[in-house]
Design a protein around this ligand. Structure first.
Ligand code: COA
Ligand code: AMP
Ligand code: ZN
Length: 432
């Protein structure tokens, strides 16, 4: 059963022909933006089109730093009046990254989401509850419009308030939930606190989990907790959001929708393509976006291409679950964090000393970020009310920056152990 049978089963040669055609159109569209207009290689391909899709490796990469440097409109490839929505990364320091969509882009994204959810077994008879941040997070509106396009009864529950989530699930017979994997342990715990067995207390048959790395063991544990199937959903805002790669009911890797994206895997050091099956960094090019085409985007996510066809009959290739990052970004409670954002906040405060440590840990089944911050000697001797105010101030500033509330511990200057060589600032001790 397919959402778009012909496209999903297109034979590889026809799929590559479609990609080449769409790549050419994408490059022509991209060249309308200030950023890509300045890239000579794109002009060259517009005059002498590629004859194979592998030739895409002759084009330069686009990085997050390019998006930031071109803020706010450098990547815009249509008139501003045609843009109907933007999504943007969080943060109050430095330039955020921003992605714009016109009507065509939003329709195409909703269709990819419907196709993805259908592949994971979701149908129009399902009641779909989206336990995910709305606002600028792409998982909110991304899944919302996909579920509506598919025809589900959708419940835009948003993140937080586990008791209300459970009530919604039980009141309306929710059969499919989308949530981040690390939250589901917490949700199961709240079921238990209410005297309910999460395996029996609802109509749930499918979980869609994504937006953060998780292992096969975590997936199996989550499936057992709720007695359902859980499918992996991968995406990133720069490529729309969710709907980039999704597991089908075979649960053997994530199909990348190759009519909408060109996928490459490169060695993050040499920047050359790795051999099929080897782990490297995922690089992606949009093929069906008008307001903001992105060419050879370095996602920093590490994965590998899985060999062979999938038993489901879809011809779009599969990537393995994400195994890490080639930069220092981490994800907590579904929010992306670059340690530099935290440093940026701390260094602005005259009371803060030379060192800090970020510890990611699990407290009462919930992931938490504990930041130990050294305070300068002249301030550390100050009165307790002052330190209390400082602690609240840092908590608020970091919460505003990251959208996650940290637990701040103020410590004496020099009390944090020094690491040898390059300073290690982040310790991930979350229970997996
Ligand atoms: N999804 C849903 N709920 C979450 C969550 C998540 N990723 N992470 C935590 N929560 C819940 C907590 O369990 C808590 O509810 P409960 O006490 O009823 O169980 C509530 O949110 C608040 O948690 P708290 O730890 O006090 O919040 P915070 O201030 O540190 O963070 C969040 C606030 C969780 C709301 C914010 O980080 C957020 O919006 N995260 C969701 C991001 C997301 O959806 N990303 C996916 C993008 S595709
Ligand atoms: P954002 O741009 O905020 O949507 O965040 C995108 C990032 O979230 C990706 O680049 C990945 O690092 C991470 N991510 C999204 N989905 C998954 C997933 N299924 N598994 C692992 N990491 C994911
Ligand atoms: Zn499949």
């Amino acid at each position: 059963m397919y959402w778009e049978k012909e496209l999903e089963q297109l034979d590889r040669r026809a799929l590559e022909r479609l990609q080449l055609q769409r790549l050419q159109a994408t490059l022509a569209q991209a060249a309308k933006s200030r950023y890509y207009a300045g890239i000579a290689d794109i002009g060259r391909v517009l005059r002498a089109p590629f004859t194979t899709i592998e030739a895409i490796s002759e084009l330069p990469f686009t990085g997050k730093e390019d998006l930031r440097a071109s803020f706010p409109w450098g990547f815009l490839a249509v008139e501003q009046r045609d843009v109907v929505r933007l999504h943007s990364s969080s943060g109050t320091t430095g330039n955020p990254t921003v992605v714009y969509h016109n009507r065509h882009d939003l329709a195409s994204w909703a269709n990819l989401m419907a196709r993805s959810m259908f592949a994971a077994g979701v149908r129009d008879t399902d009641v779909f509850q989206n336990i995910c941040g709305y606002g600028l997070f792409t998982g909110g509106l991304g899944f919302q419009y996909g579920a509506e396009k598919l025809g589900c009864l959708s419940i835009p529950a948003g993140a937080g308030n586990s008791l209300r989530q459970i009530k919604l699930m039980r009141d309306f017979g929710t059969s499919v939930v989308h949530a981040i994997p690390s939250y589901l342990g917490r949700l199961a715990e709240v079921f238990a606190e209410e005297g309910l067995d999460p395996r029996r207390a609802t109509n749930l048959h499918t979980l869609i989990i994504g937006a953060e790395p998780h292992t096969e063991e975590q997936r199996r544990r989550i499936e057992a907790m709720f007695a359902v199937k859980a499918y992996n959903s991968f995406g990133l805002s720069e490529m729309n959001g969710p709907g980039v790669a999704f597991e089908c009911t075979e649960q053997n890797g994530l199909h990348v929708w190759e009519d909408a994206y060109v996928v490459e895997i490169i060695d993050p050091v040499s920047l050359c393509p790795v051999a099929d099956g080897e782990i490297g960094e995922l690089v992606m090019t949009t093929l069906d976006r008008q307001a903001m085409p992105v060419v050879r985007y370095r996602t920093r996510d590490l994965t590998r291409m899985l060999p062979g066809p999938c038993a489901c009959g879809r011809t779009h290739r599969r990537i393995d679950r994400i195994s890490g990052r080639s930069d220092d970004m981490f994800i907590i409670k579904g929010c992306n964090v670059f340690p530099m954002q935290i440093e940026g906040v701390l260094l602005k405060l005259p009371e803060v000393g030379d060192d800090y440590r970020i510890e990611l840990t699990t407290i009462d089944d919930q992931d938490e970020m504990v930041i130990a911050v050294e305070v300068k000697a002249e301030w550390f001797r100050g009165d307790l009310a002052f330190l209390d105010r400082l602690q609240r101030q840092i908590t608020r500033l970091i919460r505003d920056e990251l959208l996650v509330r940290p637990l701040i511990k103020l410590v004496e200057p020099g009390s944090l152990p020094k690491s040898e060589g390059k300073a290690v600032r982040v310790y991930d001790r979350r229970s997996k």
